[in-house]
Write a protein that binds this ligand. Sequence first.
Ligand SMILES: [Zn+2]
Length: 240
Amino acid sequence: MVLKKIMKRCLVIAGLLLFGLSANADFVQLDTDVNMNNFWEKSGKDTQKILDVHSKILNTNKLNKRVSIVLYSAPKTINAEAHYMDKSIYVYTGILPYIDNDDELAALISHEIAHCIDYYDGPLKLFTMELNSKDYELKADSIAIDMMVKAGYNPIAAICIMNKLSGESVWDTWIFSSHPKGSTRMMNMYKYIYKKYPDALNSDMVKNINYQNFTYSSQKELDEFKLKEKLRKNKRDESL
Ligand SMILES: [Zn+2]
């Protein structure tokens, strides 16, 4: 009887061990999907994309100032920011799901590069920037469009990503918000593109759902601006 009991226990233990080993074997098999050949491809795709687009913007614009960039793991932070102390850009991982293509990523990075370039002018400039933050945001948006075009990206993407991420503050004064309203920034970008890079307004990207949403929500301002431009053009033609 005792021998039978011991044998039964041995069988149970053997079974548990076998089950444990097979479960463990499954786990090991899954883990081996990552090997030395695909390690970087699997672990660093998003970082690689950010580094590539960043370098492309810096080099094609032949910027003579250094600006570094890091992808910072913070899934709940939907932001990117420029740091004065070391002229670096932090892209938080929480913003990645909102970026649909290289052009939109280029818009985001170019804007932060524009801030970093200003930071090189020293603490007095930083103080001026803090006091006139809205003006400097609009300025960075325009410079970002120049950088994007020079690097071969479509500037319409700047409006697409802005439409997704920028809100409409109730309190649009300096004390309450450092950034202008999203609609103000998008109109500023549109006017800049209209005057400097009109070809972009005939590109396929104007069919993008976020760009279309901008045209619906800013219809009144767009119509007023286009009418003004038309009148200005007619007046100029008459005087020629
Ligand atoms: Zn900014």
